[in-house]
Design a protein around this ligand. Structure first.
Ligand code: ADP
Ligand code: MG
Length: 810
């Protein structure tokens, strides 16, 4: 058992403005516990925080200043926890702080650079590396990813996530067993055999979280996310299994409602977050006060889920993330205060070992079989499960003659077969019972002799009955254990099979480079396509499913998307990452070739050494000289060359392995960015379509379409010369612009105009059709009339194609 208080660390986020510096200082005396001093600026000191104080000092295990790298954070905070998880203890790392202070950056990582990857990917990498090194145990790793939003739990890895909205998904609920263990219903566990599989799950969960997010529901800052690595280990042949869980928790922003100044839905959310963080605080206060018998874990879902991590069987670490700017001073102080209370909590981590009943039963069954085999050898007869009819008949005859035999010394010899012995007992019992019934119903007075034997027999039967009862109980317990285990296994199997089938489905349907579906539905550049489909078919098909890109995009829309993508702020990052990825691929390729060369060189050297050796021996034999005890110089040289080559091989191999992880991570980052881009494009497109419908047909000649979101001011300015081309709603069609967005907008507009036409036709007022509507078709009234009739007759899809065709013809 390891007793430990919750470790607290602080991390200060880099400030954008330099003048913000000077509001805090870090005191890191080697001998003392490091402390963080927050200095109140003069104008704030008399205000809301505390009237006369000028500075606050907080102690932490370690304080990481603005320049701390992700690597340092992992090495100092997460690695020790990961090590204890590998040793079989539960672990939790949670990040607490106001929105924007760097919780997600610390726990998951930044979305741009590989070096920005956070605690989760680094911990996965470390754990899988250690598992590979340790061949003395069999390890199994499972991943779960839970999101708690407005006091409801959602499974971020639920395969149904993409098809349904958050609200339609089955909620994850907390169940408590009689031993007060917490079980989460509807939270799926996914086996991850490699780091890559685990990373894919992280990416899947993060993307699901992003997809579920809408402008009204910025869930990422208002929800808590718990990424859990479940690790079980056992030594080969042993029935003892160790289970350890590592929770990596990204809490919702800790800011207070008053500050956020929100209303309606957001206020409800804020109340919920604050409520659940408030309950977290209550639990922490209760735990830090000695002699408190009741800890209010059950008040909120989060405290129930993290029950073990807080004041239980877990090694827990908290990272207080701080954005130390003037306007955030009060929030930063409250984060530090919270951390100080957390530091008082003591946890007791124990090894979670249990006997695997399934293994135990298998082992016992094996033992029974071996004993049966041994018995068969000794007795010379092969036993079957039940006695045959003939054997039973013979036994009954034996019993009858035994009972009829007046000789008190007579014996009932049935051999050593337990089945026969049991049958005799049963048979005797039956006879006795029959006789008893008969006696009760016929003669009240009995033979004296029998009467005095009765208590004796009664006693014996009672004893036998007790033993039987005991055995029955034992069997029941075992059967129950088995049932439970079987159910657990089935649940796990079911979940993993659901997931596997999804995964395997994904794997079996990648978009090969030549597949017409690929380029048409995924309008990213060809080089990325090729990369995606060749390196990770699972991921790329996942991306398709995530973005709903199966749905065919019209040509105009595709072009619009291309432009949207080009002008989006994230495109720089995507482009940068693409370049880095290309470099890494080239490096990996070159390394692969060098590795192959090194491998064949090693082979050649080994062969040369063997040959040289054989030559020396042969020479010795033919010239009758004993093999020289001094090593042969040439052989020595070859050997040192071999060693050198092996070292080179190992170094290159390690580098290649690291490159593989980096490539995988970069691809995931890019995929995520692409999903985000696609999502924003869809939102923008839908918004534009609606606003066009509202404004149509009387469209003002001015350029009313809003610029693409996410565009920085600078970018917007840069793209000004393009803007006329980009938003050409009022541009007459006949000017024949080839711009995709123009065409797309026009297409949308024409559709809207024609919809109006249709409503007008029945009342025969086509000629009173407004100018604005005709404007879109730019005087092509006659053709429009014909088309409007077609419109009525044709189905929607054909109509759209025709619209495009006409627009082109115009
Ligand atoms: P939170 O999850 O607490 O709301 P985020 O992790 O999303 O905050 O951080 C907000 C922004 O600040 C993000 O753009 C993130 O990349 C950036 N950021 C946070 N911490 C750091 C850091 N230590 N170094 C660089 N950028 C950071
Ligand atoms: Mg966040």
């Amino acid at each position: 058992m390891v007793k430990q208080t919750i470790q607290i660390f602080a991390r200060v986020k880099p400030t954008v403005r330099k003048q913000q510096q000077g509001i805090y200082s870090i005191d890191e005396d080697e001998k003392l516990t490091p402390s963080l001093e927050i200095i109140l600026p003069r104008d704030l000191a008399d205000g809301f925080v505390n009237n006369k104080r000028e500075s606050y000092r907080f102690k932490f295990q370690r304080i990481f200043d603005q320049d701390a790298k992700q690597e340092t954070i992992f090495e100092n905070i997460a690695k020790p926890v990961a090590e204890s998880v590998l040793a079989g203890y539960n672990g939790t790392i949670f990040a607490y702080g106001q929105t924007g202070s760097g919780k997600t950056f610390t726990i998951t990582g930044g979305a741009e650079r590989y070096s920005d990857r956070g605690i989760i990917p680094r911990t996965l990498s470390y754990i899988f590396e250690q598992l590979q090194k340790d061949s003395s145990k069999i390890y199994t790793t499972h991943i779960s990813y839970l999101e708690i939003y407005n006091e409801c739990g959602y499974d971020l890895l639920d395969p149904r996530h993409e098809a349904s909205s958050l609200e339609d998904l089955p909620k994850v609920t907390v169940l408590e067993d009689p031993d007060q263990n917490i079980h989460l219903k509807n939270l799926s566990l996914h086996q991850a055999a490699t780091e890559e599989e685990a990373l894919n799950l992280l990416f899947l969960g993060d993307t699901n979280r992003m997809i579920a997010e809408t402008p009204m529901n910025q869930a990422s800052t208002r929800s808590h996310c718990i990424f859990t690595i479940h690790l079980s280990s056992k030594e080969p042949g042993s029935a003892t299994v160790r289970h350890a869980k590592l929770h990596l928790v990204d809490l919702a922003g800790s800011e207070r409602v008053a500050k956020t100044g929100v209303g309606g839905q957001l206020l409800t959310e804020a109340k919920y977050i604050n409520l659940s963080l408030h309950y977290l605080e209550q639990v922490i206060i209760a735990l830090s006060e000695k002699h408190r018998s009741h800890i209010p874990y059950r008040n909120s879902m989060m405290t129930s889920v993290l029950r073990d991590s807080l004041g239980g069987n877990c090694m827990t670490t908290m990272i207080a993330t701080l954005s130390l700017e003037k306007r955030n001073i009060d929030e930063s102080i409250s984060t530090c205060r919270f951390a100080q209370r957390v530091a008082l909590i003591k946890n007791e981590a124990v090894l979670n070992e249990e006997i695997d009943p399934k293994l135990m039963i298998i082992r016992l069954q094996k033992e029974i079989q071996e004993l049966k085999d041994e018995l068969a050898i000794v007795t010379g007869e092969q036993r079957t499960e039940a006695l045959t009819e003939a054997e039973l008949l013979q036994l009954e005859k034996l019993i009858t003659s035994f009972l009829e035999d007046q000789d008190p010394e007579s014996k009932l010899e049935v051999g050593t077969d337990m089945r026969k012995i049991h049958h005799c007992f049963h048979y005797l019992k039956k006879l006795l019972n029959d006789k008893k019934i008969h006696r009760q119903s016929t003669a009240p007075s009995e033979n004296k002799d029998q009467n005095c034997q009765e208590p004796l027999k009664e006693e014996e039967y009672k004893k036998l009955r007790d033993i039987l009862q005991q055995r029955d109980n034992e069997i029941n317990i075992l059967v129950n254990m088995l049932k439970k285990e079987k159910k657990k296994a089935q649940d796990a199997l079911h979940l993993s099979s659901v997931d596997r089938s999804q995964l395997s489905h994904g794997q079996s349907s990648p978009f090969p480079p030549g597949n017409p579906d690929g380029p048409k539905t995924l309008p990213f550049s060809a080089s990325t396509q090729a990369l995606d489909s060749s390196t990770s078919p699972y991921r790329s098909s996942l991306l398709h499913r995530k973005t709903g890109m199966r749905e065919e995009m019209s040509l105009g829309r595709q072009e619009a998307f291309e432009i949207f993508k080009r002008d989006h702020a994230d495109s720089v990052t995507i482009e940068d990452n693409k370049q880095i990825l290309k470099q890494r691929f080239a490096e990996a390729k070159a390394l692969g070739e060098s590795i192959n060369e090194a491998r064949s060189k090693i082979g050649r050297l080994k062969e040369e050494i063997t040959q040289r050796h054989v030559q020396q021996v042969a020479l010795g034999i033919s010239e009758n000289i004993p093999v020289p005890s001094m090593p042969d110089q040439l052989e020595e040289k070859l050997r040192s060359q071999l060693e050198e080559e092996k070292r080179r091989y190992k170094t290159m191999f390690a580098r290649l392995k690291a490159l593989k992880v980096e490539i995988e991570h970069l691809q995931l980052l890019m995929d995520k960015a692409k999903v985000k881009l696609q999502k924003e494009f869809e939102a923008w497109w839908a918004k534009e379509a609606t606003s066009l419908q509202v404004n149509s047909p009387a469209v003002t000649p001015s350029n009313h379409v809003k610029p693409f979101p996410q565009m920085s001011e600078a970018q917007h300015e840069r793209s000004q010369p393009l803007s006329n081309k980009r938003f050409p709603v009022s541009t007459p069609v006949h000017c024949g612009s080839k711009n995709g967005l123009q065409r797309a907008q026009l297409q949308q507009r024409s559709v809207d105009c024609w919809k109006q036409l249709v409503t007008w036709i029945p009342v025969g007022r086509l000629c009173f059709f407004k100018d604005g509507a005709l404007d879109a078709a730019s005087g092509a009234g006659a053709r429009l009339t014909v088309l409007s009739l077609l419109w009525v007759l044709e189905p929607w899809a054909a109509r759209q194609r025709r619209v495009l065709g006409v627009e082109r013809a115009l």
